[in-house]
Design a protein around this ligand. Sequence first.
Ligand code: 5GP
Length: 209
Amino acid sequence: MKTEGISYILSAPSGTGKSTVIKRLRELAPNLKLSISHTTRSPRKNEVDGEDYFFISEDEFKARLEKNEFLEWARVHNNYYGTARQTIDEARENGWDVLLELDVQGVQTLRNMTFPGVYIFIVPPSLDELRRRLVRRGTEPEEKIEQRIQVGREEIKRYKLYDYVVANRDVEETASTILSIFRVAPCESKRFQAPSEDIQALLESEGEG
Ligand code: 5GP
């Protein structure tokens, strides 16, 4: 029987530790595919084209946008980011579970189109801790750190866009909580997939007799 994959949509304010959590999740759930976005941002050191993102020029991004190639897209911190429809279609056709890492605007777009998925938001344990993590990460100049915290505050206010909200106090604990969400999601009755043909027949006769 063909199984359908589930899309997991994950967001977090910048500096919350999302990348570290995702790295751990990929170790714990190796079958999960990561949707690789397109971006006009320059690669950071250690980032690999085609693995972390598809790094493209603004002209190319706009050309793809014109051709309606993106399922959703957003401008974040002066760069464009988008999810290719093809990536998600491929996952769907193959029954893969896929993880989409999106900002809050992208999530709003998907919610507006009632895109089916499990929406998860990671928040920092406190704003002070967020500031400490951004300083420690050292990828942003000081004036940009306050700007990111401000954006983060606005994002946290929109937590109700998500099905689950997890406070990232500790990577191991957060990854384990999200793994529990991955385990439970396929058992939600609206997503349940019959384990055999005879159970499937019963599911299809729901409400009869
Ligand atoms: P970063 O530049 O730090 O990798 O990502 C900046 C923000 O853009 C993060 O919140 C990240 O989740 C978001 N982002 C990455 N890819 C996409 C995408 O395809 N669409 C949207 N809407 N946001 C994305």
